[in-house]
Structure formats: C-alpha cells, structure tokens
Design a protein around this ligand. Sequence first.
Ligand SMILES: N[C@@H](CCC(=O)N[C@@H](CS)C(=O)NCC(=O)O)C(=O)O
Length: 210
Amino acid sequence: MKLYYASGASSLATHILLVESGLTFSLEKVNLDTKQFEGGDYKVLNPKAYVPALETENGLLTECAVILEYIANQATDKTFISEYNTQDFWKQKMWLNYIATELHKNFISPFRTGNWLPNTKESKELVYQRVFPRLKLINDQLEGQNFLINNQFSLVDPYLFVMTNWIRRLDFGFLNLENLERFDLAMRERPAVRQVLEKEGKPHSLVSND
Ligand SMILES: N[C@@H](CCC(=O)N[C@@H](CS)C(=O)NCC(=O)O)C(=O)O
C-alpha cells in the first residue's frame, strides 16, 4: 500500500492508523500548492487533487473515512473496527460521517482555492463559529473518557485527532472543550502518533495556496 499525504492534513489520520495497524506501506508526499509529487502530476493520479489517497490492491482509494475503514479491515488487530452490524459498528460509521461532513469540511476556508484551512483573521473567526458547536457536541460525548467510543481507541480517533491538531494550529484554544483537550493529549501519548508527527514534520503551510 502507498499513502499519498501532506504534512498535518487529514491524511494524518490514515497515516496514524496505518502505523497503529502494523501493516506494511510506503509514503508519497504531495505538494498541495503545486499538486506535484515525486512521480509527477498528482492530478493525473487522483483527479480530486486532494489527500489522502491510498494505493491498494483494490485500486486507488480516496475519502479519509473510507480509507480508515479499509485500513481497519486489513489490520490483524480487530479492535479498530467493531464487528459488522453491531451497535458499535454503526456508531463508528456515524462518527466517521459526522467528522467528515460536520467538522472536516467546516474547518476549510470558503475563501481559498483548494480545501485548506483559513489563514486570515476573518476567515478563522468564521470557521471557529461553524466548528465550535460541532466540537462542543463531541466534547460532551467525551465526558469521563479519553476515546470517543466506549473509551477504547478505534478508527474514529485518529480522524478526530486531526481536528484537535487543527484547533492547535489555528490557535482556537480549548475553552469549553476541555474533554477534547484531554483526548488530544491522550492521543499524543500514543507511540504511533508520536512517530507519525515526527515523520511528517512541519505542517503544510497556512499562507500559500490562496
Ligand atoms: N472529501 C475528502 C476531502 C479531503 C481534503 O479536503 N483534503 C485536503 C487536506 S485536509 C486537501 O488535500 N486539499 C487540497 C488543497 O487544498 O489543495 C476526504 O474526506 O478525504
């Protein structure tokens, strides 16, 4: 498997789950500004022109939530995804979809080309207004637990971690989101998360791609 990623982008979630899973994979860094990677024009490979994308024996997969589900299904550790058609399985689906549609897309600036984070005071404020109530809902779910479902690490947590990492990057702070801060710190304690953050290094710029 080969993961196409950009530092600190939503691809971080898939990168973390790949390391957690112990599966063999390689990495290909994509420059989101130029849409180039070492192998050439990324748009030719993935016409959606965004990350993550995962090259698999089942073809090129896109959409972060789907890739997370794919990795969890390939892993020998079966704790990342619940058994099909159980209550927890559907809970995981709901949270993945919630993070993808209510959070991920709302973190994106409507004033930029591409799907990237806001970089002006005004756009940051607008994004904060949109994401705060949605983050608060998750914060309340996390009362008394470190991970989103049954206090056990699962495929949804790396995706949520991308969001808490963006809270930090955008300097939003965790006021009234203290459970989310605790979650973020618990994630940072995981060896896989540390390893991936170190490997990805400095995140993709907030100032380019306007
Ligand atoms: N619907 C896609 C959205 C992916 C997406 O928005 N990726 C962003 C990074 S977080 C990206 O690559 N944007 C390209 C750009 O801004 O040029 C998914 O859920 O994976």
